[in-house]
Design a protein around this ligand. Sequence first.
Ligand SMILES: CC(C)(COP(=O)(O)OP(=O)(O)OC[C@H]1O[C@@H](n2cnc3c(N)ncnc32)[C@H](O)[C@@H]1OP(=O)(O)O)[C@@H](O)C(=O)NCCC(=O)NCCS
Length: 357
Amino acid sequence: MAKNAVITGWGFYAPSRVMTNAELERIVDTSDEWITSRTGIRERRIASDGETTSSMSTRAARVALDRARLRPQDVQMIIVGTCSPDYVFPATACMVQNDLGATRAGAFDIEAACTSFVSALAVARGMVVSGAIQNAVVIGAETLSRFLNWKDRTTCVLFGDGAGAVVLEASNASVGIESVILHSDGSQAEKLMIPAGGARIPATQGTLDRGQHLITMQGGDVFKLAVKSMADAAEEALAEAGLGLDDIALMVPHQANIRIIEQVAKRLHFPMERVFVNIQRYGNTSAASIPIAISEAEATGRLRRGDKVLLVAFGGGFTWGASVLEWFGAHDGVRPPGPLERARGAIEDVVERVRPV
Ligand SMILES: CC(C)(COP(=O)(O)OP(=O)(O)OC[C@H]1O[C@@H](n2cnc3c(N)ncnc32)[C@H](O)[C@@H]1OP(=O)(O)O)[C@@H](O)C(=O)NCCC(=O)NCCS
């Protein structure tokens, strides 16, 4: 049994199409000033016609796998956290499995709205630490632009598209993912949901006409609960890890609203200088926000080996959770696979797939 699960690869993909607040001013009755002051969002990325949750997931996963020096055919599990899957079923993770050529991997999705990535991390960690698997690609990805009501200014200004991925591997290191805690409260489910299109309210012409296949939200209620739940979850995850806030080098919160993030930090008496924020450029990318933020934090030098990191999320359901981990970083001393090694891996994979059974 492995002692620990560590993150050995990370990466993200954001669509190239940028939608600014100025552009939204032309679509709904809003203003750059309102959006920026109430949410901190200046722009978000919007998937192009050909892009889907699975295609963005695959791109993020490829970067993460390259960094972990793991070939797709050696991946044992692919877990996609998303509430905007390609299909009701099959799972988006299956599309990713095929696109990656991860011929030996199991694949499934996890849906806990914006808490999906932390939930997927909890499941993957459990599987790795129990010895069931040696590695997993854990993805958070969303194409929420396809589920937004572009006539509803209270929601359409908030969300964006993108994907982030990490590779989790078994390790005998004494540290890794130190704790993950998850909570939920389904009694207020209707405060943030897509009402129709599921088995309870199947899609009909009427549901389409009423826009019930799109996101509805009571933002004020969500806001208040998010602040309290995220702060509580952070404290619980720290206690489980046997650490205090002073030990945390970087907090990476779900990027829903800068005011939520600031109030969580204030409640915890945690300095904003040690909180990673990129909501101004991406908006709320739901399940993708934390893995995108992790990748950007590493790229900008804000995550170093040995750093204790606090992840904290809140989303529809309601669901919330937090995780404390020690940043492992890339493997030591071995060069990452070059183009030749990657090409060899791809050829082996094709051979494997066409091999008669
Ligand atoms: C949505 C949110 C930004 C609204 O901010 P708020 O300060 O609560 O604003 P209110 O809802 O009180 O609305 C204030 C006014 O602004 C208006 N308004 C709402 N959206 C607007 C927009 N995009 N542009 C301009 N005005 C807007 C409202 O209609 C309201 O007008 P009224 O006073 O005439 O009725 C905020 O509640 C929020 O971020 N909630 C959490 C949402 C979230 O993060 N969800 C995902 C969780 S994972």
